[in-house]
Design a protein around this ligand. Structure first.
Ligand SMILES: *[C@@H]1O[C@H](CO)[C@@H](O)[C@H](O)[C@H]1NC(C)=O
Ligand SMILES: *[C@@H]1O[C@H](CO)[C@@H](O)[C@H](O)[C@H]1NC(C)=O
Length: 333
């Protein structure tokens, strides 16, 4: 009887629990292209209606919402994806740059938490990673923008503004944003909370055409020397980024994949690294080994030494005593 009741209440709890979790949004299909930045925005408003209490009148209008994202059936995101949301009142961003290893479909699970009511809503996203239609961008320039944070440059309109600025300097069309990384992920420091300082963000832009003189001159030996003296390089052309984007020209990297491709693609692993997907098989037919000499060395040698010292000490203590004779000589009777 009691067992039955227990089962019934477990069932009820399970039902309530699953209903509590069942508020999910429709599946979202997204597309990403190899070698191009992928950005998805989580708007808090999209998730608000999915929370069960959204019908209540007494709910505060601006509830803080946080998101948790993971690859379906895994605890974390795939390696190429990152997630950032600065505060629970702001839009969250899922972003990253897929490589050709990530081709295919990946299912991402998103859970939104209402921080006032602790309700959750979930959404499943299917990201299809496709190869780029214009192939690889062999010339890539990596800019460090000092006065922006990573989540501020992720919206498409800001990326466009940045590309326009690059365009005026590199004199190129067909530029794409290859990657966006917070400077904090690349060794930068958290800024002091004064003067509106920003973390800084690296934006990598790719093109099919080689760099022009304006960009290559930044890397000249004279300019490298100025960087060593903590001065900004002398630009030969007008800095079209300024004042909206402040570029740290000393941290500019120009990557020419047509040259370094062959050396970079071949990674030689040491023999301690397992190949992907393989298992470690411990050897089970190890040859017999003789450890007697090692035993002698580790036990007998210290033992003999200790014995020798003990004998020496015993000899000194017992046979070389001169105290009694000396005392008898020196004391008068
Ligand atoms: C993008 O940047 C991140 C962080 O620096 C790095 O881990 C990732 O490999 C980069 N992706 C590509 C395709 O360059
Ligand atoms: C920028 O470059 C300088 C050296 O030129 C280096 O010390 C610094 O760490 C770089 N900044 C970042 C965020 O990588």
């Amino acid at each position: 009887m009691a067992g039955q009741r227990l089962i019934a209440s477990c069932f009820l709890a399970g039902l309530l629990f699953s209903r509590g979790l069942a508020f999910s949004l429709p599946v979202l299909n997204l597309y990403a292209v190899v070698g191009e930045i992928f950005v998805h925005e989580f708007e808090i408003d999209d998730f608000k209606d999915a929370f069960p209490s959204s019908m209540d009148e007494n709910e505060p209008p601006e509830a803080p919402v946080t998101f948790h994202t993971n690859l379906l059936d895994y605890p974390d995101l795939p390696r190429w994806l990152r997630y950032i949301q600065r505060t629970p009142y702001q839009t969250g961003y899922l972003y990253g740059s897929p490589t050709s290893k990530e081709l295919g479909k990946q299912t991402i699970e998103v859970k939104a938490y209402n921080r006032y009511t602790y309700e959750t809503a979930r959404q499943t996203m299917i990201i299809t990673v496709a190869p780029s239609s214009d192939g690889e961008m062999p010339y890539q320039a990596d800019f460090l923008v000092k006065n922006w944070d990573v989540d501020e440059v992720l919206p498409a309109d800001i990326q466009d503004l940045f590309l326009q600025a690059v365009d005026s300097m590199w004199e190129q069309d067909g530029l794409t944003v290859v990657n966006i990384t917070s400077a904090l992920d690349r060794g930068g420091r958290v800024p002091l909370p004064i003067e509106n300082r920003k973390e800084g963000v690296f934006i990598k832009v790719g093109s099919k055409e080689p760099f022009n003189e304006c960009l290559t001159k930044v890397m000249s030996p004279a300019n490298r020397n100025r960087c060593k003296l903590q001065q900004q390089p002398a630009l030969t052309c007008y800095d079209t980024f300024s004042p909206r984007f402040q570029i740290d020209w000393c941290n500019l990297t120009l990557i020419d994949l047509t040259n370094i491709y062959t050396t970079e693609a071949v990674t030689i692993y040491g023999d301690g690294v397992l190949e992907e997907g393989s298992e470690f098989n411990p050897p089970d037919d190890a040859p017999d080994r003789e450890f007697f000499s090692d035993f002698l060395l580790t036990f007998l040698l210290p033992f003999l030494l200790a014995l020798l010292l003990a004998l020496l000490l015993a000899y000194i203590m017992c046979c070389r005593r001169e105290g009694v004779q000396k005392r008898d000589q020196k004391t008068s009777e």
